[in-house]
Design a protein around this ligand. Sequence first.
Ligand SMILES: [Fe+2]
Length: 189
Amino acid sequence: MAITFGIHHVAYRCKDAKQTVEFYGDVLGMEYTTAFAEDHVPSTGEYDPYMHVFLDCGNGNVLAFFELPNQKDMGRDENTPQWVQHIAFRVNSVDELLAAKARVEAKGIDVLGPTDHGIFQSIYFFDPNGHRVELAADTGTAEELAELKRVAPDMLEEWSRTKKAPQHAAWLHEKARAAHAAAKARIGE
Ligand SMILES: [Fe+2]
């Protein structure tokens, strides 16, 4: 059993703390609860003035950002595709996911999805800092989750050996693959 008890907070860098707080409040309704601001880093003591803001992202979970005006402009890991590093927040149903998509789009933000992951559906968009945000609504049954847990160790072993996608859980993305195939066929028409 994990010795941890959930996620205390996750922290990312932001370009502008005020803009970021306003974005997550306006777009996702997250409440801004706390700020730490110092000239020295508490853990190391080094001089690096910062603003550290904390948002309530529901269910006792906390999302945090640092603005660091003395550091070079924020970049990203250029060797990793943009879709990889992201943070996913739970919404309570597919209906709520669709409502969230409409709400985000109404703010003028491009939204990708919903994508059907078999056991949950997701939408994706970017925050003003370039962080990819996912909203996900669980749809999986207890049987599906048990089956995934059953095959997970074999999948990891096979992947570790071959670096080719094991097919034990290929059923998860049948719908997503069909949607991409249909979209490709439409472009080809
Ligand atoms: Fe994800």
